[in-house]
Design a protein around this ligand. Structure first.
Ligand SMILES: *[C@@H]1O[C@H](CO)[C@@H](O)[C@H](O)[C@H]1NC(C)=O
Ligand SMILES: *[C@@H]1O[C@H](CO)[C@@H](O)[C@H](O)[C@H]1NC(C)=O
Ligand SMILES: *[C@@H]1O[C@H](CO)[C@@H](O)[C@H](O)[C@H]1NC(C)=O
Length: 520
């Protein structure tokens, strides 16, 4: 019996030994691991450094690259000061593709697709020799010249009530004489297509001039402008076009750019251009009594102060904006076919491009708006101390623009073409019109016209456009959509003349608006 007990006793002491051995080995292993850390700290620091470097490299790969080009420098304060600040804040890498660097977004003052000068300029060689990669973006559309060329824009839109009659010589001579017969008292300004040179001329001057110089055209002079504090002014509205075919137009709503003539309009003197031409030396709104105090006290945007001012004078602010928006939409639509054609000449779909322009508008004494010109590459950096207040408008405008084109981050930029990036825009976001789709059983056949918006009937290209539209809607910021928009649905006469892509886009927005008024 004791033997048995002994045996048991020795069994249990064996077990104890095992436990001790196992515990000891665990301690030895732990010590070894620990000593590796203690004895060799350098290796781990080195590992950390390597990891960090790897991370930085990865980050580097994921930084977007910004390339800026200017051919003719005229703003001494720097054309790119505002853009540079915004792109720097968004952690872009600044590159120079004129020297062969790779790039993602090109911001050029002049249009690289303007033929022939710019197309052959060595600074632009990089984009003219290599086709654009699918994700690359340029801030000008090929063919935008018909919108931003003063004479083109005036001629193409002469039928609109927002355009003052204009005449090119010698081609419009008979038209001019006919106009004179009906408007014997009309005054004219002589304009240069390329610059701001403007002067009042007599009809005799016009008819007697030798018109070999085709850079000159004439436009009726608005002799009863709307005045504030006795000064004539113009009104600059920033407009972003993110796509042609289908067209998507946005107006920057946070503020507008007022420029007042240096001298009071009355008593009028045609020889004193400071009274009627917005030219260098023009005054910002905060130098006008109507704006100055309100701004100093409350920091309202000049747009708000102006709206309040005209409201007090009995004008309808909403009606005014609906006229301005109507003018912008109709003028941009008129240039669409040219832009599409010219982009096709370069073998590009228009999705590579965007355009930020400024519509310059003046008002007659009844506050009817007239579009004077559309500026490509409007100045976005205050050119002098007196305009420094505008920096706040410009920076926000550019910031909002970069987000609208998908340039807020590397991920957003690349995922514009990735159907799988469901967090930005997915099929559920795009699907509309459930009633029609079910009723007409559009999953069986897309033949019925009411099926066109239903998911199974939408082509990949159209789905891409819808994704873009949806993404832009999420990033609108201070932009308001002018087209397609509620107001544009009323353009019944226009709908029939729209490209098929635009009709589709208008119908889709309309369906989104029907479901949620945020989309209207
Ligand atoms: C890029 O390089 C070109 C050619 O050397 C030069 O003229 C241009 O000023 C450079 N651009 C910038 C933004 O540095
Ligand atoms: C566009 O493509 C056509 C046909 O492939 C070609 O002949 C033409 O040179 C291209 N145009 C440009 C600007 O690359
Ligand atoms: C597309 O998105 C998916 C999901 O986010 C991702 O896994 C894939 O790598 C992306 N494709 C490209 C080409 O970026």
């Amino acid at each position: 019996m004791p033997k048995k007990n002994d045996k048991r006793g020795s069994d249990s002491s064996n077990l104890n030994n095992y436990i001790i051995i196992i515990l000891a080995s665990i301690i030895v292993i732990l010590l070894a691991v620990l000593s590796a850390y203690i004895i060799n700290p350098g290796d781990n620091v080195q590992n950390e450094v390597l990891k960090k470097e790897e991370l930085i490299k990865k980050e580097e790969v994921k930084r977007l690259r910004y390339w800026s080009v200017i051919l003719e420098v005229w703003n001494k304060a720097g054309h790119f000061r505002t853009m540079n600040r915004v792109f720097e804040s968004l952690q872009y890498k600044f590159v120079n593709a004129s020297l062969g660097d790779d790039w993602d977004i090109l911001w050029a003052i002049e249009n690289p697709y303007y033929v022939p000068e710019f197309k052959t300029n060595p600074l632009f060689m990089n984009i003219n020799e290599k086709p654009l990669r699918i994700e690359q973006k340029v801030n000008h559309f090929p063919g935008i010249g018909v919108l931003v060329g003063k004479s083109y824009m005036n001629q193409m839109n002469a039928h609109l009530k927002y355009i003052l009659p204009s005449f090119e010589f010698p081609s419009d001579k008979t038209k001019f004489q006919k106009f004179l017969a009906n408007n014997p008292k009309a005054k004219f300004v002589e304009k240069n297509i390329y610059n701001r040179g403007v002067r009042i001329v007599t009809t005799k001057d016009v008819l007697q001039r030798d018109h070999k110089d085709s850079e000159i055209f004439y436009q009726q002079f608005m002799d009863k402008p709307f005045l504030i504090d006795g000064h004539a002014f113009d009104f600059g509205i920033f407009v972003l076009i993110t796509s042609f075919n289908p067209l998507r137009i946005y107006r920057f709503d946070a503020d507008v750019l007022f420029r007042f003539c240096k001298e009071k309009y009355h008593p009028f003197d045609p020889n004193n251009r400071d009274k009627y031409v917005v030219q260098s030396g023009c005054l910002p709104p905060y130098k006008m009594p109507t704006f100055e105090k309100v701004y100093q006290r409350y920091r309202y945007p000049s747009k708000k102060i102006f709206e309040n001012y005209i409201d007090e004078k009995g004008f309808d602010v909403n009606l005014l904006w609906s006229k301005i928006d109507d003018a912008i939409v109709k003028i941009v639509i008129n240039t669409e076919s040219n832009v599409i054609e010219r982009s096709q000449e370069f073998n590009y779909s228009t999705h590579h491009f965007f355009e930020l322009v400024r519509f310059d508008i003046i008002f007659d004494e009844k506050l009817e708006p007239y579009v004077m010109e559309v500026n490509m590459s409007p100045n976005l950096t205050p050119a002098a101390e007196v305009y420094e207040e505008n920096a706040i408008i410009y920076e926000q405008l550019i910031y909002n623009t970069v987000h609208m084109i998908g340039g807020g981050s590397h991920f957003e930029f690349m995922s514009r073409f990735n159907d799988s990036d469901i967090m930005i825009a997915n099929r559920k976001n795009l699907a509309v019109d459930i009633e029609s789709c079910l009723k007409h059983e559009c999953h069986r056949s897309c033949a019925h016209t009411s099926c066109k918006l239903c998911s199974p009937c939408v082509s990949a290209e159209k789905r891409y456009q819808m994704r873009e539209a949806f993404r832009e809607h999420s990033y609108e910021g201070n932009f308001v959509r002018l087209f397609p928009a509620k107001d544009s649905y009323k353009y019944k006469e226009l709908y029939g003349s729209l490209f098929e892509n635009n009709q589709f886009s208008v119908d889709w927005y309309k369906a989104k608006c029907f479901e949620n008024e945020k989309w209207c």
